[in-house]
Ligand binder design. Structure first.
Ligand SMILES: CC(C)(COP(=O)(O)OP(=O)(O)OC[C@H]1O[C@@H](n2cnc3c(N)ncnc32)[C@H](O)[C@@H]1OP(=O)(O)O)[C@@H](O)C(=O)NCCC(=O)NCCS
Length: 168
């Protein structure tokens, strides 16, 4: 069993969170961006999420952020029930059940805070992530063909969503 613990993000996690976000982004396979925003921008993002009580969790290995999961929702009237999930883990921590724990914790928190729908984008090439989302109950709602063209390779973007189960 992994020693990694899942906890709500706090201000003192921001630097390590940004390092992890940057490392996963620089793999250029999984996220919508290829490097993390500057530290100050990430700090403002996290502090704003904390102020809004957004669902944002980190997987901690000691003092290091090994991964994250967040479900962000807008303040726009008519859309506050619907969050957008993003997540990632550093390579060494993948395939050990940590992503599932992170996502389940974050989803439970989002349901508790009143969300009733969570959606996400995932590259069609990202089979582990798609499998995880399917087993969590996410359904495919759409596909954007050739939506990304990076380093000479096209990828589709799948649009998936999970509507809150009746009983959680
Ligand atoms: C996608 C990701 C978050 C999953 O987290 P993880 O900790 O590696 O996944 P888990 O070990 O919790 O596995 C959960 C499920 O994912 C699927 N899965 C995980 N690794 C897999 C692999 N290599 N191949 C196929 N399915 C896989 C399985 O369904 C697995 O469930 P099971 O163990 O009951 O079969 C993680 O691999 C990751 O960070 N990848 C890079 C960043 C990324 O893709 N972020 C998401 C962008 S949309």
């Amino acid at each position: 069993m992994s020693q990694v613990t899942i906890s709500p993000i706090r201000a003192h996690h921001i630097k390590s969170f940004r390092d992890t976000l940057d490392a996963v982004a620089r793999e250029k396979k999984y996220l919508a961006f290829v490097e993390a925003p500057p530290l100050e921008a990430v700090r403002q993002f996290v502090l704003d999420n904390l102020r809004r009580d957004i669902s944002q969790f980190v997987a901690m290995d000691g003092k290091r952020v090994a991964g994250w999961c967040d479900i962000l929702w807008p303040e726009l009237p008519g859309f506050t029930h619907c969050g957008r999930l993003g997540m990632g883990l550093l390579p060494a921590w993948r395939g050990q059940g940590i992503g599932r724990r992170l996502a389940q914790t974050c989803l439970a928190d989002a349901w508790h805070k009143g969300l009733t729908r969570v959606e996400l984008d995932v590259y069609a090439s990202n089979l582990p992530a798609i499998r995880l989302y399917e087993t969590l109950g996410f359904r495919l709602e759409g596909r954007k063909v050739n939506a990304r063209f990076l380093d000479g390779v096209y990828d589709d973007i799948l649009f998936m969503a999970l509507v809150k189960p009746d009983k959680i």
